[in-house]
Design a protein around this ligand. Structure first.
Ligand SMILES: *[C@@H]1O[C@H](CO)[C@@H](O)[C@H](O)[C@H]1NC(C)=O
Ligand SMILES: *[C@@H]1O[C@H](CO)[C@@H](O)[C@H](O)[C@H]1NC(C)=O
Ligand SMILES: *[C@@H]1O[C@H](CO)[C@@H](O)[C@H](O)[C@H]1NC(C)=O
Ligand SMILES: *[C@@H]1O[C@H](CO)[C@@H](O)[C@H](O)[C@H]1NC(C)=O
Ligand SMILES: *[C@@H]1O[C@H](CO)[C@@H](O)[C@H](O)[C@H]1NC(C)=O
Length: 404
C-alpha cells in the first residue's frame, strides 16, 4: 500500500470517527432486548450539547433507559432567567414518524432541526440521517410531521419567528420546501421571552390542508398548505383562550383541544360559523400550569398535564364539543411536562417526562377514570453515571414509537 493510499484511508477513518455522533450507553446491566416493542425519546436540551435520550418500551409497557445520542446541535432556555422547567414553552419539540420510522428534534440553541432513522432491530437505537438543517428562524421549539412521514414543519419562537417546512428523505434527511418560511410577526427575543407571547405547538389539521400554530396570546395561526407543501403567504387568526398551549385533534371533528395555563383548557371549533366564537375555555380547578395534553383511544378521553401542581386532569369531549372533567390525578412529585400515549398490546400508557424529579413516568390509562401511576424511572442517576450533562430545568420533549 502506498503512503498516499494509507493517508487517504487514515483520513477517511479519522473523518468517520469525528463525524460519528457521541453515544453514551445508559442501559442497565439487566437490559433485555428481546422484549422490546417500541421506544420513547426525550432530549436534554443542554446549552453545551443537546442529546436525545432513548428508552426501550417492553411488551408490558415498561421503560428501560437505553442510550443518549448527540443531536449535532445545542439546546437553549427561554427567558427570563433564572430559568424554571419547560425551557422551550412548547409541546412537540421531538416528533416521531411511524410511517417512515424516523425521529426529528429541534436544537433551539443552534436554530436547527435534526433527524434520525430507527435501527430496524431496536427502535431505541437512533442513526443520524444527513446533517442538522436550518430551522428557518431562531429558537425552534416544536415540530409537526404529516401522517405519511414525507413532510416536517418547525415553528421558531425567537426574534426571527414563524414556520418552515421540509421534505423528508430516507437518505438525505430534511430538504427545505420552497415558499414555506412564513413569519408569525411576534415581537420576540432570542432565546424567546415567555411563556406569554410565544408559539406553543405546531400541527397539521386532520386533512393536512392547514398548518396550525397555537400562540400564547389568545389565538391560533392557520396557514393553508398547498399541494407542493408550500404555505399561504399569510395566516388566518382563530381567536380563543388566554394562553393556548398544547394542541390535540378531537377525533371525528375539525376541532382541537388546547391546554391553557391561563385558564385550564380550550376547545377550538375550526368549523365554527363567524357568528360564534371558535374558542371556548373551561377552567380547571386549582390549576398551576396546564401546559401539555394527550389523547387516549382506550378511554377516548384527554389528559391535561399540570407541571405546577403535578396533576393530570382527565377530560371528556362529546360530539357537540361540550366537555367535562372526569377525574383529576395527583402525580406529585413528578412535575410532568411533555407526554405521549402509546398502545402496547391492547392497553394505553401515558409516557411522561417527569421534569421535577429528572425522570420518566408511565401512567396506565386503565379505561375511563381509572388512570394510575404504573412506573417511575430515575434519569438523573444513570445520566451522572454515563457522564451525560442533564438539568431538570432544561429537559424537554417526549415522543414514542411502537413497532407494528
Ligand atoms: C417589542 O418589545 C420590546 C420589549 O418589550 C419593546 O420595547 C418594543 O417597543 C416592542 N416593539 C414593538 C414594535 O412593539
Ligand atoms: C353534549 O353535552 C352537552 C352538555 O352536557 C349536551 O347538552 C349535549 O346534548 C351533548 N351532545 C351529545 C351529542 O351528546
Ligand atoms: C356546548 O357547546 C356549544 C358550542 O358547541 C356551546 O355554545 C355551549 O355553551 C356548550 N354548552 C356547555 C354546557 O358547555
Ligand atoms: C417537586 O419536587 C419536590 C421534591 O424535590 C417536592 O417537594 C415538590 O412537591 C415537587 N413539586 C411538584 C409540583 O410535584
Ligand atoms: C440546573 O440549572 C440551574 C439553573 O441554571 C442551576 O441553578 C442548577 O444548579 C443546575 N442543577 C444541576 C444539578 O446542575
Amino acid at each position: 500500500m502506498s503512503s498516499s493510499t494509507l493517508f487517504v484511508l487514515l483520513s477517511a477513518m479519522a473523518s468517520t470517527v469525528l463525524a460519528s455522533p457521541t453515544r453514551l450507553s445508559m442501559a442497565p446491566a439487566s437490559y433485555q432486548h428481546e422484549h422490546t416493542v417500541g421506544a420513547a425519546y426525550f432530549m436534554t436540551n443542554e446549552p453545551t450539547g443537546n442529546y436525545l435520550v432513548s428508552s426501550t418500551i417492553a411488551s408490558d409497557g415498561k421503560l428501560a433507559l437505553y442510550e443518549a445520542i448527540h443531536t449535532g446541535g445545542v439546546g437553549a432556555h427561554g427567558l427570563p432567567a433564572p430559568p424554571g422547567m419547560d425551557p422551550l414553552f412548547s409541546q412537540g419539540s421531538i416528533g416521531v414518524s411511524s410511517a417512515k420510522r424516523f425521529v426529528a428534534n429541534v436544537n433551539s440553541g443552534s436554530n436547527t432541526v435534526s433527524v434520525f432513522g430507527l435501527d430496524s432491530f431496536n427502535p431505541a437505537r437512533l442513526v443520524p440521517i444527513g446533517k442538522p438543517v436550518s430551522s428557518g428562524g431562531e429558537f425552534p421549539t416544536s415540530l409537526a410531521i404529516n401522517k405519511a412521514g414525507t413532510r416536517v414543519c418547525a415553528v421558531n419562537a425567537g426574534k426571527v419567528n414563524g414556520v418552515s417546512c421540509y421534505e423528508f428523505d430516507n437518505f438525505f434527511g430534511l430538504k427545505p420546501i420552497k415558499n414555506s418560511i412564513r413569519s408569525l410577526g411576534l415581537n420576540q427575543t432570542t432565546p424567546a421571552t415567555g411563556p406569554p407571547n410565544t408559539p406553543s405547538q405546531i400541527i397539521f389539521s386532520q386533512n393536512e390542508k392547514q398548518l396550525i400554530v397555537s400562540v400564547k396570546a389568545g389565538y391560533l395561526a392557520v396557514w393553508d398548505v398547498n399541494s407542493d407543501g408550500s404555505l399561504s403567504k399569510t395566516f388566518k387568526t382563530v381567536s380563543g383562550g388566554v394562553l393556548p398551549f398544547s394542541l390535540n385533534h378531537i377525533p371525528g371533528k375539525n376541532a382541537l383541544l388546547a391546554s391553557d395555563p391561563g385558564v385550564g383548557y380550550d376547545i377550538f371549533d375550526l368549523d365554527a360559523p363567524k357568528t360564534r366564537a371558535a374558542g371556548v375555555s373551561t377552567p380547571i380547578p386549582n390549576q398551576g400550569a396546564n401546559c401539555w395534553s394527550v389523547y387516549s383511544k382506550e378511554s377516548k378521553n384527554f389528559y391535561i398535564i399540570d407541571v405546577g401542581k403535578s396533576v393530570l386532569t382527565e377530560v371528556t369531549v362529546n360530539s357537540s364539543l361540550n366537555s367535562s372533567i372526569v377525574k383529576q390525578y395527583n402525580v406529585a412529585p413528578d412535575g410532568p411536562l411533555d407526554s405521549d400515549v402509546a398502545t402496547v398490546g391492547k392497553k394505553d400508557f401515558i409516557y411522561s417526562l417527569s421534569a421535577n424529579v429528572t425522570g420518566l413516568a408511565v401512567y396506565a390509562v386503565n379505561g375511563v377514570g381509572k388512570a394510575s401511576v404504573y412506573q417511575r424511572l430515575d434519569v438523573a442517576g444513570p445520566a451522572k453515571a454515563a457522564k451525560l450533562p442533564i438539568n431538570h430545568t432544561n429537559i424537554q420533549g417526549l415522543a414514542t414509537f411502537i413497532a407494528i
